[in-house]
Design a protein around this ligand. Structure first.
Ligand SMILES: Nc1ncnc2c1ncn2[C@@H]1O[C@H](COP(=O)(O)OP(=O)(O)OP(=O)(O)O)[C@@H](O)[C@H]1O
Ligand SMILES: [Mg+2]
Length: 313
């Protein structure tokens, strides 16, 4: 299966610019991973401003995701990563291991963290994720052995992956530093953590995706694969294309724009394959969207047949 190398990781961050198909890819990878026997958890990051909207939940026929994992589909649980839940977990863990917890709250480093403003949100999310990674079944196996994070669009994603490095400069000791290092251990070890960068095969988005790869690498996240999503299926072979090239410059042709798009997709995909060190999985454009696109993409990842699409009208 195309996803095999990714399935060996514990935590996979699905990143990319807005609208390219991150959520669809996350949901489809979850379904494919569950079909291959993984205990999957899909997560998305709470947006404090726009609560109650969850496109990830909708891909599984729900309106919202709770902060505790619920079963969404066979083998797939899902939850929202929330600042509040993370902070609560953090304090609960600290209180349990330290009777001096109250003192910790007066600790200068912790105070600095709480006052650091924006990082408070990321830290809560980060700790919530760590808590879910740590969760175990009664027999000691991880409760979830494949955790996917539907990351926010580019800038916010880097704020999260860059968090440990920056905070560890401020907070070197104590429970927060320990949590950050433990989280780094999972995310930054390419055997356990990786990022998948999703893009569409168009010139500008590909440029941005390659920049995102650099950004992620700067925060020590390995990029294990790239998904070129919505690749239009080319209905022509070399010969037909050469014949069309002769006709095209001279005037109107039904589907001319679509043909140009197919061409752009082809050159963009080639550029991505050349420039990216990571493997590129080219996912076709399906004649479906929403949950049906998830079904089609999951089937594609599992190597099943999918209806071919695209082409001239
Ligand atoms: N391969 C595909 N074929 C057809 N439609 C697709 C494909 N991938 C995604 N879509 C559709 O594109 C739209 C955007 O996809 P999605 O919501 O997954 O993107 P996103 O990157 O998560 O967007 P956002 O930035 O809003 O979170 C959806 O309507 C989805 O159904
Ligand atoms: Mg999305």
């Amino acid at each position: 299966m195309a996803l095999q190398p990714i399935l060996d990781r514990r935590v996979v961050l699905v990143a990319g610019k807005g609208g390219v198909g991150r959520t669809t890819t996350t949901a489809a990878m979850a379904r494919a991973a569950a079909a291959s026997g993984k205990r999957v958890l899909v997560t998305e990051i709470e947006e404090p401003a726009t609560q109650a909207q969850s496109s990830l939940a909708r891909m599984f026929g729900r309106e919202v995701l709770p902060t505790r994992p619920v079963l969404l589909a066979p083998g797939v649980h899902g939850c929202m990563l929330s600042t509040e839940m993370g902070t609560e977990r953090f304090l609960a863990d600290v209180f349990k291991i330290q009777t001096l917890a109250r003192l910790a709250l007066r600790n200068a480093a912790l105070r600095r963290l709480l006052h650091a403003g924006p990082s408070f949100h990321e830290m809560g999310v980060f700790y919530h994720l760590l808590h879910l990674i740590r969760e175990e079944l009664p027999d000691g196996r991880p409760r979830f052995d494949f955790i996917l994070v539907d990351m926010p669009a580019t800038g916010h994603a880097l704020a999260l992956t860059g968090l440990p490095d920056i905070l560890l400069r401020l907070v070197r000791r104590g429970p927060i530093a320990a949590a950050l290092r433990e989280g780094q251990g999972w995310l930054n070890d390419p055997h356990t953590g990786c990022a998948v960068v999703v893009t569409i095969p168009e010139p500008l988005p590909v440029t941005e995706a390659l920049e995102l790869v650099e950004g992620l690498q700067a925060t020590h996240m390995a990029v294990c694969c790239m998904v070129a999503n919505r690749v239009p299926v080319d209905p022509f072979d070399e010969e037909a294309r050469a014949a069309l090239a002769d006709i095209l410059p001279d005037g109107p042709l039904y589907g001319k724009e679509e043909l140009a798009r197919i061409e752009r997709a082809r050159t963009s995909l080639e550029r991505l394959q050349k420039s990216a060190e990571a493997r590129v999985i080219a996912v076709p454009e399906f004649e479906a969207d929403g949950r049906e696109a998830v079904d089609a993409m999951a089937a594609f990842f599992l190597g099943q047949e999918f209806p071919s699409t695209g082409g001239l009208p």
